[in-house]
Design a protein. Sequence first.
Length: 295
Amino acid sequence: MDILLARTYLEVIAAGNFVNAARRLNITQSAVSLRIRKLEDLLGQPVFMRTRSGTSLTPAGRQFERFALTLVKVWEEARHQVSVPAGYSERLVIGGQYSLLPGLTMRWFGRLEQRLPDVAFRIEAGMADRLIRQMVEGVLDIAIMYRPQLRPGLTVEQILGGDLVMVSADPDFGPELDERYIFMDWGEEFVAAHNAAFPDQDIPRSSFATGALSLNFIINSHKAAYFPARLVRDYLETGQLHLVNGAPSFSNPVFVVYQSDLDPALRTAALEELYAVAKLADAATQDVLRELDEG
């Protein structure tokens, strides 16, 4: 069976319908429909029922899901093994959510590269749903992200509390959220907590879904926004950013997700180095929170 057909079938399940699956796969809806028809022809059974509200699995479609996952995962494991560069014994594929890539993920990778000289690495980036999908398919071995979905075959551990604090390049910026405030979308829980903390505020003029990648913009344009405390500590010390006194902080925990059957030696090394990085990040967070309390 063409692995592409199984991938497309799994993408339709994750996306909920053919239109969203096509968007996520960066192909046309007709291409998705053609692949699903080919799959159904091979199986001799329809796998989806199309309705106005979306797409649902047929009984045969539900039966096929675990086999599709196995097909894709076995293929990825095989591809991993044959793609190990010469001179290395194994390959470890690490993922990080975009906002966690420049800081935690790269510091973690740097430590792993030194600890595991016989291992080749690949780094992937994406939003949490994409990273989880790659893990389910066997593309990723281990990843860090905010609020992962629990899926069979994956183990999840929280590594950081990840408090978010409001900062501004203007030391006189207050918690009233004027037009200079940029709303950073840190996920559904943050949105709900933010709305509860600022119930009388109008919808901010600008909102970003780019996380930590927007930090330099906030500094250079003298705006204000919420960022992880660990990320802004050095900027606070140099005076490029200032804590907004009176603004509440919010929890935004960071998790590590890894394949439950990941090689024990690789798993131990990866987790030990990650927790060492997380410990340093937590110390930075506590420094900022103490300063916020004292302010």
